[in-house]
Design a protein around this ligand. Structure first.
Ligand SMILES: NC(=O)c1ccc[n+]([C@@H]2O[C@H](COP(=O)([O-])OP(=O)(O)OC[C@H]3O[C@@H](n4cnc5c(N)ncnc54)[C@H](O)[C@@H]3O)[C@@H](O)[C@H]2O)c1
Length: 435
């Protein structure tokens, strides 16, 4: 029988811990929120209640959250789920796990909200009981808004523990639970960061062939079903420093032959931007800069990567409105889209079953975590997998694993029967599990 979660102890009240604590309280759970000091935990509660937006909507929900410091860690004995959300540092997380394990009750589940540290590194040498009851619960920021939660078991985690967290996060918190594996950056960030880091390099060729940065972003937006921030706009939102941190973590953990290895460092112009602290929106401007004037008007400028100077931003309209005509267009716009978006689709198609048992979890991760209208395999279906295979063969590019499975199975789409069935790694169709 699946264990039931009704109470949650969140360790660490930073951006993510506060968001998770708020979501659990909002769902009616009793919540314990501990941080390095009482003051830090109280500040976290203040952000949960008064943040913009707040993590809870009602005073009743806020009243379910008890705060304290790690000196009171023994209190976790009363809680069903212990969710660790402290800084992304292996030694810190391991030290906390060692302390919490003897204090928690039998039947409780434990998770870490790490975004990039392998779970096996956190649990290495830890007691068997912990290894059976532990997962990654990778929420996205802001927790209240983002649907995706990637659930990753350790090698010895019981199905019972996985089911308990999937049930709780799916039904009580209303999250879209995606089942991922203990591989670097899991699913969403593995593909999303490849799209961004490789995109910076590939887009440079488009800029040199006359495309504006605004056009790169427009092409990487609506026509391919991605948010209007496109490539440069999204990196402005995230920050070049975070992207650099991600690149360094990928460097440590990506398989030696991974296609992403070629793009872990920024191109020279972006590297210079980072060196001088031009990181994105949080530093007042990155690739774009928005200035508010005294009369209330706003102007937008673009940091032209080719000239290294600011200029007024331009309005642009792509010549191709949909993914299929854009990716196969034989002009500079088409070449850019094929390189950036086609490249990311090919990358994703090579990662099943490495990062996910099936294509469904990959598609859901990109829809729920990166707001893609269609996941990579759904988009490949729209473009036409056979046409993609033909082009890859013409370009003497190796056909990625899942496209080869589709070709060898004589299939012409990853989904059939109106999306009710998906193509498995065995070359057969299977029912799509309920969301
Ligand atoms: N921010 C995001 O977008 C995001 C998304 C997904 C996952 N994550 C992951 O979630 C975890 C928390 O990230 P965050 O963004 O909330 O960080 P944060 O910096 O906002 O919060 C970190 C928390 O750790 C505590 N802390 C600091 N030093 C500590 C120490 N030595 N020992 C114990 N606790 C300490 C802080 O008091 C704070 O509560 C990290 O593992 C991060 O990688 C972050």
């Amino acid at each position: 029988m699946t264990r039931k979660i009704d109470s949650v102890a969140v360790l660490g009240g930073g951006t993510m811990g506060a968001g998770i604590a708020g979501a659990c309280a909002e769902a009616g759970c009793r919540v314990l929120l501990l941080d390095v000091t009482n003051e830090a935990a109280e500040k976290a509660l203040d952000r949960i209640v008064n943040g913009r937006p707040p993590a809870v909507d009602t005073p009743e929900a806020a009243a379910r959250i008890e705060t304290g410091s790690f000196d009171e860690l023994a209190k976790i004995a009363e809680f069903d789920w212990i969710c660790e959300a402290v800084i992304e540092d292996l030694a810190t997380k391991r030290a906390l796990f060692e302390k919490l394990e003897p204090l928690r009750k039998d039947g409780s589940v434990v998770s870490t909200n790490t975004s990039g540290i392998p779970l096996r590194s956190i649990t290495e040498g830890m007691p068997d009981r912990l290894r059976r009851d532990v997962t990654v619960t990778h929420f996205f920021n802001p927790v209240k808004v983002m649907k995706l939660m990637e659930l990753v078991p350790d090698a010895d985690t019981t199905q019972d523990a996985v089911d308990a967290l999937a049930e709780f996060c799916g039904k009580r918190l209303g999250k879209g639970v995606v089942h991922a594996k203990d591989t670097v950056n899991f699913i969403g960030n593995r593909i999303g960061c490849y799209w961004m880091l490789a995109g910076l390099h590939k887009a440079r060729a488009g800029l040199e062939q006359g495309l504006s940065m605004e056009m790169v972003d427009a092409l990487m937006g609506a026509p391919v079903g991605l948010p209007s921030t496109g490539l440069y706009g999204l990196i402005d939102l995230i920050g070049l420093d975070i992207m650099d941190f991600v690149g360094k973590n990928l460097d440590r953990n990506l398989p030696a032959d991974d296609a992403g290895r070629g793009y872990l460092n920024f191109p020279p112009a972006e590297q210079e931007m980072m060196t001088r602290g031009q990181l994105g929106r949080k530093t007042g401007g990155g690739f774009y800069k928005l200035t508010k004037h005294e009369d209330g008007s706003r102007t937008k400028e673009t940091f032209d990567l080719l000239t290294g100077a600011w200029r007024p931003a331009m309005e642009v309209t792509p010549s191709h409105g949909d993914a299929r005509s854009l990716l196969f267009a034989e002009d500079v716009e088409g070449r850019l889209a094929w390189a950036c978006m086609g490249g990311a689709l090919v990358y994703a198609a090579d990662l099943v079953p490495q990062i996910s048992d099936d294509i469904v979890n990959v598609d859901r991760a990109m829809r729920w975590g990166f707001a893609w209208k269609k996941g990579p395999f759904e988009l490949l279906d729209e473009i036409g997998p056979s046409a993609v295979i033909t082009r890859l063969e013409q370009e003497a590019h190796q056909v990625p694993h899942m496209l080869a499975i589709l070709r060898d199975a004589g299939a012409d789409s990853f989904y059939r029967d109106d999306g009710k069935e998906f193509l498995g790694t065995d070359g057969k169709y299977h029912p799509v599990p309920a969301e």
